[in-house]
Design a protein around this ligand. Structure first.
Ligand SMILES: NC(=O)c1ccc[n+]([C@@H]2O[C@H](COP(=O)([O-])OP(=O)(O)OC[C@H]3O[C@@H](n4cnc5c(N)ncnc54)[C@H](OP(=O)(O)O)[C@@H]3O)[C@@H](O)[C@H]2O)c1
Length: 139
C-alpha cells in the first residue's frame, strides 16, 4: 500500500520503518527540520520519499497521523482534507491545544476534526520503544 506519514518522530518514524520493511511505500512529512525527514527516508531506502503533509495525504491510501497534541491544528491545516483516507491517529492529549469536551473522547474530537476520514485511533497505548524494537509474537 501507499502510506503517508504526518509526523515521523518516535511513533510515526518507527511506524514508517516497520511499514516499509513490510513492503509498503511511504511518504514522510511534517517536521520543523526537513533534514530529519530526509535522513529517515535515506535510512529506509527506496520505499520512502519526503514531501509536504498535503503531498503525503495525496500519496497515501492510509495516513498515519502522529504529531504532538499541541500542533494538531497546524498539521491538519497543512494536510488539507483527509476525506476518504484511512487515518491511523496515534496522538494522546498531553500539552496545550483544544481538548475533548466533557463526555467526549480524544478520538471523537479528532475524528470530528478530520471530516470524511475513515478514522481509527491506534498505537497510542504503546510506548515508542515497543515498535522501535520490532517486537513480534513468537511464531
Ligand atoms: N512517544 C511515545 O511513547 C508515544 C506513545 C503513544 C502515543 N504517543 C503520541 O503520538 C504522538 C507522536 O508522539 P512522538 O513521541 O512520536 O512525538 P515526536 O517524537 O516528538 O514526533 C513528533 C513529530 O512531529 C514533528 N513536529 C513537531 N512539532 C512540529 C511543528 N511545529 N511543525 C512541524 N513538525 C513538527 C517533529 O519533527 P521535528 O522535531 O523535526 O520538528 C516530529 O518528527 C503524540 O501525540 C504522542 O502523545 C507517543
Amino acid at each position: 500500500m501507499q502510506i503517508g506519514i504526518i509526523g515521523a518522530g518516535r511513533i510515526g518514524g518507527n511506524a514508517a520503518r516497520l511499514l516499509a520493511r513490510a513492503g509498503h511505500e511511504i511518504a514522510l512529512s511534517f517536521a520543523r527540520d526537513p533534514q530529519g525527514l530526509e535522513q529517515l527516508a535515506q535510512e529506509i531506502g527506496q520505499n520512502a520519499s519526503v514531501g509536504t503533509p498535503a503531498e503525503a495525504v495525496a500519496f497515501g491510501e492510509v495516513v498515519v497521523f502522529s504529531v504532538p497534541w499541541s500542533v494538531i491544528p497546524l498539521a491538519l491545516e497543512q494536510a488539507g482534507s483527509l476525506a476518504g483516507k484511512v487515518v491511523v491517529d496515534t496522538t494522546n492529549q498531553f500539552g496545550s491545544g483544544p481538548m475533548p469536551g466533557q463526555g467526549q473522547t480524544a478520538a471523537q474530537l479528532n475524528a470530528a476534526r478530520m471530516p470524511g476520514a475513515r478514522y481509527t485511533k491506534s498505537f497510542n497505548t504503546l510506548t515508542a520503544g515497543f515498535p522501535g524494537r520490532d517486537r513480534r509474537p513468537q511464531g
